[in-house]
Ligand binder design. Structure first.
Ligand SMILES: C[S@@+](CC[C@H](N)C(=O)[O-])C[C@H]1O[C@@H](n2cnc3c(N)ncnc32)[C@H](O)[C@@H]1O
Length: 255
């Protein structure tokens, strides 16, 4: 494909979410506002740090799964880090079409994509992956606990998960009578994404109503799914503002 054909295909496949550099002067035009695009690099740095810290040179011998991979930005990054076999999974065929195009345009092998709904996935059909990445998906889910259980089944060693979090709420609630009470472990906020969903937004979940956890709820749910050594990763210097303020977190968890 020559440069003109490449440009035509890029235009035909848009709108794009990520700025992929495909060839000299050909970058996919991201629809994300410039002041927000710093989020891509901060999350990438945090992913690379977590993955390198855990696997080191073993990276060359593992396979990885990227759940909610969108156009494959982080799947591609994992492949470029030297992981020989990376599978990206997403609910939306449109996103995967762009992911496959990027892979082909860059001549990358060892990077595959699969359409599937993480809420309905049968983990046994895919087997275990030493590394599972789940970025930007949890707060687009109607049933986060159901998906975390599936991620646990899919994870061989390490899960790296990134999510927005809502402000913490601690408390105690009645549980059957005035005298009987239970503490609760954070909250899941119910978010109405039906507007974006109806408009065909490519980043929302597979349902119009979704939930977003508080930090304690996230930890409690990861633990309930079976994960251990759950650690919130420190953001790098000059991190994108949401990660710097702890309103989005990158968490590592081991099987
Ligand atoms: C906000 S984007 C995040 C993309 C990417 N992981 C990142 O962090 O930049 C959410 C992605 O998850 C996908 N998605 C939403 N609900 C899903 C589900 N139930 N199963 C699989 N993918 C889903 C969307 O199609 C979209 O590509």
């Amino acid at each position: 494909m020559d440069i003109e054909q490449l440009k035509q295909q890029v235009a035909a496949l848009g709108p794009w979410f990520y700025p992929f550099s495909l060839a000299d002067g050909v970058v996919t035009p991201s629809k994300v506002p410039p002041q927000v695009q710093g989020i891509f690099d901060t999350r990438l740095q945090m992913l690379q740090h977590a993955v390198n810290t855990h696997f080191g040179p073993r990276l060359a011998h593992i396979r990885a799964l990227d759940v909610g991979c969108h156009e494959g930005f982080y799947s591609l990054a994992l492949r470029r880090m030297g992981i020989p076999d990376v599978l990206g999974l997403d609910y939306r065929d449109d996103n995967l079409r762009r992911a496959r195009f990027v892979t082909q345009a860059l001549g990358i092998s060892g990077l595959r994509f699969l359409q599937a709904d993480a809420e309905e996935l049968n983990p046994a059909s895919l087997g275990e992956f030493p590394l599972v990445v789940c970025y930007g998906l949890l707060y687009h889910l109607e049933n986060p606990m159901r998906v975390l259980r599936r991620l646990y089944a899919l994870t061989g060693e390490l899960l790296v998960l990134e999510t927005q979090v809502v402000d913490e709420v601690d408390g105690v609630t009645e549980w059957g009578s005035l005298e009987w009470t239970r503490p609760f472990h954070g909250i899941l906020a119910v978010i109405d994404e039906s507007g974006e969903y109806r408009e065909g937004n490519q980043e929302t979940g597979s349902t119009p109503v979704v939930t977003c956890p508080s930090p304690r709820a996230l930890r409690a749910m990861l633990q309930a799914a079976g994960f251990r050594d759950i650690a919130v990763q420190p953001p790098p210097p000059d991190a994108y503002e949401q990660l710097a303020r702890g309103k989005r977190v990158v968490v590592t968890a081991r099987k």
